[in-house]
Design a protein around this ligand. Structure first.
Ligand SMILES: Cc1ncc(COP(=O)(O)O)c(C=O)c1O
Length: 466
């Protein structure tokens, strides 16, 4: 036991060193290794005999060494970035206390934390009688929204299963692919999703939505769900929620807002207008593991009408676990999971630490950083902004270069390990998708990012355009 305690303390020292290195300019975001390189460095096999404590610490060291540094100021690859101390503290406490969210009995403090946060988030959304639960991610959250809607429109499916499906869902052509996964899982079928075209800013076009709804009705099918997006994955666009809500009311559809990325804008006084009308939604996906900087995963589904979530998720036969009393604090029946990790603590600690004002400033700063990066792109003659800035995502490319060259520059940047950014195809053009989701960076880091991009370009093309 003594040796194991020492091992834990050694790993904490490694973590401390790792965090310090993140702040060192010379530290690379990623040490580019092939699977073969990694297999040469790390013995992945599980053997008959265990390893010593020293070897375990050594494995932890290698894990830190070869993993992507998502907390590094030059990591701009995903819609999660950065490193929040209270979030990490919450994660450590969660693992240390290791409990499950199904009953108050085994998770008393975490239950009250979750209740408090769900109520706080509902309050921001303007859901006066709302409810919700923490889920393993935005995809799952979107799925619960579709399930809750399906259960409202066709409650018989829960008992009898899908008979002849006539349900139809609507999302924009920019929506996240998780809606398709939900349609797959819930027996609705991916072909019963209608993609509504978006405008030049990547926002769903309400008139087109109305036409499609009318068409579906005329075919004798049942339109039941419209998924608007607040912050699309590639371009960061915000659908016009108020207009879409007018249609969802007119045709009595469930309106879901996928705010996995963008719901957090509501925390910023300056930018909350982006989600105007969100209070009219029936459900909202909100991922604090994106803009709020909470370690993965931290995602919440919020439902406006209390009771619908439990109705959709609960089944009989849990009496060994749920010893129901009148005023039950057991959250398990509001979830599809049995064992469920405590994802609320890290968010609670971070929100406690930064406060409402701190988060207002952090989220506002993200938008300002994106504006700065946009100016940088516009200033550079060789670069082309492929999409007008909508929120935090910037899609740009070297305009005189072919797709192949842009891709090679991207790959060279990755190979250098100096900055890490994703790419996407926009109207057939390969573009860098710079996502700025870390409020702990500053303008200097954005300058460094572009210097690294240009350095990669020079390596590929020399000084001439490719
Ligand atoms: C708009 C949107 N919705 C849903 C998701 C899925 O979220 P998660 O990765 O937490 O499953 C993403 C992921 O980036 C997203 O951008």
């Amino acid at each position: 036991m003594k040796k194991e305690k020492q091992m834990l303390s050694d790993v904490f020292s490694l973590i401390s060193k790792y965090i310090e290195e993140n702040e060192d300019e010379k530290t690379l975001v990623i040490k580019n290794k092939t699977p073969k390189d990694l297999r040469d460095e790390i013995d992945f096999g599980i053997k008959k005999e265990g390893v010593s404590e020293e070897e375990l610490v050594n494995l932890a060291d290698k894990y830190l060494k070869y993993s992507v540094r998502t907390g590094h100021s030059q990591f701009a690859n995903q819609l999660f970035q950065g490193f929040t101390y209270p979030g990490v503290i919450g994660e450590i406490l969660t693992a240390t206390t290791n409990t499950s969210m199904y009953t108050y009995e085994v998770a008393p403090v975490a239950t009250l934390i979750e209740i408090e946060l769900i109520s706080k988030m509902n309050c921001y959304l303007g859901f006066k009688n709302g409810e919700g639960t923490f889920v393993p991610g935005g995809s799952y959250s979107n799925m619960i929204a579709v399930l809750s809607a399906r259960n409202k429109f066709r409650p018989d499916i829960k008992k009898k299963g899908i008979q002849n499906n006539d349900l139809v869902m609507f999302i924009s052509d920019q929506a996240h692919y998780s809606f398709r996964k939900a349609a797959n899982m819930l027996g609705i079928g991916v072909e019963n999703i209608i993609n509504i075209p978006s405008d030049k800013d990547g926002r769903m076009i309400p008139d087109k939505l109305e036409k499609e709804i009318e068409k579906v009705i005329s075919e004798g099918r049942l339109p039941f769900f419209v998924g608007a997006t607040a912050g699309t994955t590639v371009t960061g666009s915000f659908d016009p929620i108020t207009k879409i809500s007018e249609l969802s009311r007119k045709y009595k559809l469930w309106l879901h807002v996928d705010g996995a990325l963008g719901a957090s804008a509501i925390l910023s006084k300056k930018y909350k207008h982006l989600v105007e009308g969100i209070d009219r939604a029936d459900s909202v996906t909100w991922n604090p593991h994106k803009m709020m900087g909470i370690p993965l995963s931290c995602s919440v589904i919020l439902i406006k009408e209390r009771g619908l979530l439990e109705n959709a998720c609960s089944v009989d036969h849990g009496s060994y676990l749920f010893h129901h009393s009148e005023e039950s604090y057991d959250l398990g029946q509001k979830s599809l999971q049995c064992g469920r990790r405590v994802d609320s603590l890290k968010l609670w600690l971070a929100w406690k630490y930064f406060g409402e004002e701190g988060y207002d400033a952090r989220i506002t700063k993200l938008f300002e950083l994106a504006n700065y990066a946009q100016t940088k792109i516009q200033e550079k003659e060789e670069l082309e902004l492929l999409f007008p800035l909508q929120s935090l995502n910037l899609c740009f490319r070297f305009k005189e270069s072919s797709n192949e060259i842009n891709l090679r520059i991207h790959n060279q940047l990755l190979k250098s390990g100096k900055s890490m950014v994703n790419y996407a195809k926009i109207e057939g053009k390969i573009s860098f998708r710079l996502a700025l989701i870390n409020p702990d960076i500053d303008e200097k880091d954005i300058d460094t990012f572009f210097e690294n991009v240009y350095e990669a370009k020079e390596t590929i093309c020399g000084n001439a355009n490719g």
